[in-house]
Structures are given as C-alpha cells and as structure tokens.
Design a protein around this ligand. Structure first.
Ligand SMILES: NC(=O)c1ccc[n+]([C@@H]2O[C@H](COP(=O)([O-])OP(=O)(O)OC[C@H]3O[C@@H](n4cnc5c(N)ncnc54)[C@H](OP(=O)(O)O)[C@@H]3O)[C@@H](O)[C@H]2O)c1
Length: 494
C-alpha cells in the first residue's frame, strides 16, 4: 500500500512536469537574431509545439520594412526547415507565420520607431536574445557593440515591457575562456569572477580610436587584430568569447528585478531529430575541419586526438531553452539562472579524434567528390609549424598531380598563387580553432540535468535534450555528415 501511494505521488509530480505546453499557450515573444541558425530552429519548434501561441515578433536586421519582409520570406518562411509546418498548415501556412520587426541590437533603442516599441512593450511575455556576432575574429568595434552592449539595450526594452515574464539570453559555454578543469554554471561579472581591470567603456574607446586611426583600406584588418589582442590580453581565446563574456557581465549588473535565464550551449551542430535529423545552416563549427579533409583532401589536423570536442545538436538546445522558459517564466521571481547545455558530462564525451574518425569512415563510404583516390588517414599535429609544413607538401603534391598526372613532386617545387592562398586559409583556420582543438575543460551541467528531472515523461519525449542518449558514432556518421553535405550541395541531400 505504502509502495503504491509513493508511486502515485511520484507519478503525479512527474506527470505534471514543468507544464511546458500550458506555459506556451497564448504567450508572445520577441526573438532577436531571427535569421540565424539557432533562432530559426527555436521559432519552428515554438510554432509546431504550440499552435495556440500568441505572436512571435522576429527582429530582423534590415534597412526598411520591405527588405525585412523579403528576408522573412526568403530566409524563414520558405526555408526547408519549416517544411513540416507547411505540411501541417497547408494553404494557411503563410498566414500562420507571425509578425516581424526591423531592428538592430547595435543601435540605441534597437532602431525601433515609437509605434513598434509601444506595441512590443504591451504584448511581449518573453524576450529571447539570440542575435550575436559569431565570427571568432570579428572586428572589435562591431563585436563590442552587438555582443557586449546588445544585451543591455534589450534589457532596457525588457524593463518597459508591461507583462514580461522572462528575459532569456544565449551566451556560449566557452565564455569563461577556461581551457582545463570544470567550468561551473555561474554567470560572469566584471569585478566578480572577471578581472576588475577590464572596463567596457575603455574598450569601446579603444575601438573607436582605432576606427578613426585606421580609417580606410587597413581598417577591417586592424580592428580584427585589435579584438584578438584585447581578448588574449585578458585571457580569452578570441574576440567572440571575450565580447560574449562582457555581455554576460552587463546582464548580471543591469538586470534589476527581471527574471533572467542565460543558456550557454557549446558547439551547436546539426539537429538530432527535429524537425528532421541533420538540419544545419552554414559551413561553420566542425564543418570547415571536415570539409578540409573530405573536400580538399588535406589529411592533416592541428590538434590533440584525445581533446574534448563538445558539441550539442541544435534541437536539444532549443528544447532545453523551452523547458527553462516554462520553469522560470511563471513566477516573476527576479532570479538569474544559468544552464550549460553541453555534452562533456556525457559518460562517454566525444573526442576530437573520434569526430574525425567517424567523419573519415563516412567520407570513405560516400565521398564528397568523385575521385579515384582513397582518402589518406588523418594525421594529428601538435604544432602549427608541423601542420603548416605538411599541408604545404600536400598542396604541392596535389598541384603536381593535376599538372603532370602523377604524384611525385620535387620538394622544392613552389606553390602556385592558388596553392599559397589555400595554404594561408588552412593555416588561419588552424590558428583560429587552435584553442578548441586542444580543449581539456569540461562543463558542469548540473542545472540542466535537474531541469530534465523536473520534466514529465511526456515532456521528455516532446522536448528531449538528454545528451546521454546520443550515440556519437551514429550521430556523426548518419546525421551530421548528411547535414554538412546538404549545405555543401545547396539543399540536395546526397
Ligand atoms: N552556433 C553556435 O555554435 C553557438 C554556440 C553557442 C552559443 N551561440 C550563441 O547563440 C546565438 C545564436 O547563434 P547562431 O549560431 O544562430 O548565430 P548566427 O547563425 O550567426 O546568427 C546570428 C544572428 O544574429 C543577427 N545579428 C547580428 N548582428 C545583429 C545586430 N546588430 N542586430 C540584430 N541582429 C543581429 C544575425 O543577423 P544577420 O542575418 O542580419 O547577420 C543573425 O540573425 C548567438 O548569441 C551565439 O553567440 C551559438
């Protein structure tokens, strides 16, 4: 009897779960970065999981309403990603897709006119801050303006929203700049866990002085260099993670009484299941490394075979986001909760070497280009010098094969201009990725796992994000490589 009672109690609390569907019903959202990889998957899932959703205002960077509408149509409504929704809604699909607004998080008041701002402040329940500059070595002024200051501008808007329930921001798991040991689920703040010498105002001044000084042809290059120098000076690997860290600190200091959630995903890759396996947008994250091997036939990689390669499928990030929204968007509690949505705490975390082994197996069975030659096994290099020299030899050999139809090249054969450009590309790719190719830290995801525990069985099925269920070999071999190929072949799945 006791056993039955306990079981019933357990079942009741588990079956209640977080009340995700109840939470989503009738809610309205403002999503920034709406044309980006992550936001699109989130928008699709919100619309599919809850047809009775309120409005979704999509913030799209554009010069005018006409071009915003065009971007909405071309990049979102007609995207293949939304094909399941199109099937569900048939001819009413376009009607079903909601509003969009023009805005720029790099501008004061986000570039909104007063009518839009009033509309938003009356209607929005949740602000989802997904816009960001995601290039590792971006111009310092642009990255500062968007990643460091953008969240503060959105927070100001949030404070004017009459019925706002939650402000949710995407940071990155790599934001701490830590390369070894455990990365905790705690937010960064200047003067707290970030060196108090760092002063955002001063960094902005440095960047704007650089813009004045290098105005002209050198401007881009110099501003990119400045960002990397400042990041490394303060112990971060690149401009992206450095400015995202400042963004977290701004949120920490300026959130006032707002309920805030920060989601820190690791490297976001192809969808695991939803809306279909293998959805990916753009060639980035692990794709350039895999393509260097499979497409350009460069069997060399700078990196440690055993280092962690912490990836997370995009649909799992989205599901974790929705679960966190339901948990923290109900109580009006002015708390700040952080979730590492990562995979290094998997009982068998993915290693860089495994990523390349599984990719190698896939590309061996199903090559990216027609070739009579087998792909060579990948060699891992521990120094940039050894990597560059091996890549250079490979390119010389390839050029000689193309020219003479045979593989033997003299060691002193010079590279063509095209070969030199190729070498420069692979060298700069290796340098940019270097911190992640020797990565030894792991991310604590206690908060994220507790969130799963609070979900009902039904919610876990509909909004699953338990990374422990991922079989890496199957995911890389059968899902992610197909995602990459679909992007490479422009939508056609090979
Ligand atoms: N992808 C990952 O592996 C990863 C991992 C961890 C965290 N994150 C974080 O997740 C968020 C989304 O990432 P993502 O991969 O979806 O990035 P993404 O594909 O590069 O998309 C970024 C989005 O932000 C928009 N944006 C850039 N500057 C803006 C501005 N000034 N005003 C308004 N919007 C602006 C872009 O608009 P345009 O299309 O006009 O450029 C784009 O829609 C980012 O905050 C990123 O830091 C990403």
């Amino acid at each position: 009897m006791t056993h039955v009672t306990m079981h019933e109690t357990e079942t009741t609390s588990v079956s209640d779960g977080l009340g995700i569907i109840r939470f989503l019903k009738g809610k309205s959202y403002l999503v920034t970065g709406a044309t980006g990889f992550l936001a699109k998957v989130l928008i699709e899932k919100l619309l599919r999981a809850s047809p009775e959703i309120g409005k979704i205002f999509l913030l799209i960077k554009s010069n005018d309403q006409e071009s915003a509408n065009k971007r909405l149509y071309d990049e979102i409504i007609s995207s293949d990603l939304f094909k399941l929704l199109k099937q569900i809604h048939g001819s009413s699909y376009e009607e079903f897709m909601k509003s969009n607004v023009i805005g720029d998080i790099a501008q004061e008041n986000l570039g909104f006119d007063s009518e839009i701002a009033a509309n938003i402040s009356d209607e929005i329940d949740v602000i989802i801050s997904c816009g960001g500059r995601t290039t590792f070595d971006d111009r310092y002024d642009s990255a500062l303006s968007v990643n460091a200051l953008g969240p503060g501008r959105l927070l100001s808007l949030a404070k004017d929203c009459k019925k706002l329930k939650l402000f949710l921001h995407y940071s990155t798991a790599f934001v701490t700049g830590k390369k070894e040991g455990k990365v905790p689920e705690t937010t960064l703040s200047i003067g707290g866990n970030i060196n108090s010498d760092l002063n955002i105002e001063f960094e902005l001044k440095l960047a704007s002085e650089a813009v004045r000084m290098f105005h002209g042809s050198e401007e881009n290059k110099k501003l990119k260099e400045l960002g990397m120098e400042r990041a490394q000076h303060y112990g971060w690997e690149n401009t992206y993670t450095f400015t995202k860290a400042m963004g977290e600190s701004v949120i920490h200091n300026q959130r006032g009484n707002l309920p805030v959630v920060i989601i820190r995903p690791s490297i976001i890759e192809s969808s695991y299941k939803e809306p279909f396996p293998g959805w990916l947008q753009g060639i980035r994250m692990s794709a350039p490394l895999i393509l260097a091997y499979g497409k350009d036939h460069i069997p060399h990689l700078l990196g440690d075979y055993e280092s962690y390669w912490d990836i997370i499928p995009v649909d799992m990030v989205v599901n974790a986001t929705i679960a966190a929204m339901a948990k923290h968007g109900c109580g009006n509690v002015p708390s700040l909760k952080l979730y590492n949505v990562t995979s290094t705490s998997h009982p068998n975390p993915l290693r860089l070497g495994e990523l390349m082994d599984f990719s190698q197996q896939h590309l061996h069975d199903s090559p990216l280009r027609e070739t009579s030659k087998d792909l060579d096994c990948i060699k891992f290099h521990s120094s940039i010098e050894s990597f560059t020299s091996s890549v250079s030899n490979t390119i010389v050999k390839q050029e000689s094969e193309t020219k003479n139809g045979e593989g033997e090249a003299e060691s002193h054969t010079p590279l063509s201009m095209k070969g030199k450009r190729k070498l420069k590309y692979f060298e700069s790719l290796a340098k940019l990725y270097q911190p992640y190719l020797f990565f030894q830290a792991w991310f604590d995801d206690t908060n994220t796992r507790s969130l799963i525990q609070e979900m009902s069985m039904e919610e876990r099925k509909m909004f699953g994000f338990d990374v422990r269920c991922i079989d890496w070999e199957n995911y890389i071999f059968n899902v992610h490589l197909h995602g990459i190929k679909r992007v490479v072949f422009g939508g056609r799945s090979s």
